[in-house]
Design a protein around this ligand. Sequence first.
Ligand code: FRU
Length: 490
Amino acid sequence: MEGDVSIIMTDNEKKLLEHAYEEVEKKRNTTKMDPYRQVFHLMPPTGLLNDPNGWIKWKGTYHLFFQWYPYDTSHGPKYWGHYSSNDLVTWKEEPIALAPSEWYEKNGCYSGSAVDNNGVLTLIYTGNVKDEEDRRDSYQCVATSTDGTHFTKLGPVIDSLPDGYTAHFRDPKVWKKGELWYMVLGAQTVEEKGRVVLYSSANLTEWDFKGAIAGAGIGGIVDFGYMWECPDLFSLDSKDVLIISPQGLEQEGIHYQNKFQAGYFIGEADLDNVIFHHGDFAELDHGFEFYAPQTTMDDEGRRILTAWMGVPEQDEETQPTVTNGWLHCLTIPRELRIHEGRLWQTPVKELQKLRHNQESIKETLSANELLVFDDLAGPAMEFMLTGLEEIKGIFEWTFRNEARLIFNGGTHLLTLERRNTRTHLTEQRHVRLDSLKYLHVFMDASSLEIFINGGEAVMSARYFPSEKDTSLTMKTNEKVTVSLDKWVLS
Ligand code: FRU
């Protein structure tokens, strides 16, 4: 698999790609006119985007692929869309990397990852196949590129299931340790319980099944969802971290409020003995839209995460962007660190390049006074609100009359409220904090990402304010002095 690889495309692949490009060009201008198009978030040119895939810094350039159904806003057979960037801020739309043209992927080139194999950019992904009776087959497949743009498919490298697993067997995340390649896969046992399994390989084409490394029946977990999707296993700050997107967790108070979750375990992975010793599961995000995150390590040694700012089957089709032919976006890239036994997420520093027109305001609000900023400079802004330790009562911060952050200084509960696109009623998500010090908010035309206390917790949400409403308000039930820095992002 090393050395020069010339690009080979089947006729069917050529045909599918031509068709996709034609359809995208027909619809591109309609999507462009949508007021909810994001300013600094990655979104599909047309159609539906879901998971980030193949996230890698390769030969000095960041490559970020994504699950894409280019034709409309449904979950049709997925393609791999492709963006590249030198700075994580300005992104270039690249040609489609993978189209579901072959028998082993005919119902979708599903999620996967990318590695650099001696200079060859190598994608490892799941070929999803369904027959007339909707029975599923899953193949783990490989495609390679020497230019980072055009890919040659090598076909399935894992084409059978180990005993005890269903065909919900997908989303390979591959990395190299020493001389060996390792792969974690999201899996479901025949008892319909979620697990992560481990494979190893000397060459990326011949893989050995090592066993289940985490999940139902392993390391103290009895039952934790019926399927684990999109695993990611990596070392960080002298620990190992396993990220998963489990399906089928029941809501427990303020936990697991979304239809499906994404979170992590911290521990120690013993790859030789195929076991991951870990602590409790923790959610990565406490907002409404966050799923299927993927990380990569860049040349600076940073572990950077991005996720789908959406959740499968959670009010997807009622988002108003559907009318203009597109749906969903990715989160901003976030750097991960372990701090006091938990994952902290901070926006990558490069995003500061987007900042313009800084304004700093210090205001003392008296009880029940409404502080109004009624003319935001743009739909895309960054805010840093400090001085919040003083809050003992209720503090509220409203964004364009469509979403609201509420902090209760008595219970230490931070609540994000927004209007639901299906029911039009307000709905809430919560996170309990030891204390609230500051809020760092990234607001885009149709999303909010709220970083709490420098990354201790994050709340992400799509929201769809009226175009005309450019207001921001703050309110408290007792005197408090706050400092707000704001920037226009463009
Ligand atoms: C997660 C997921 C993956 C799958 C992909 C298909 O959102 O269901 O498990 O590979 O989406 O688009």
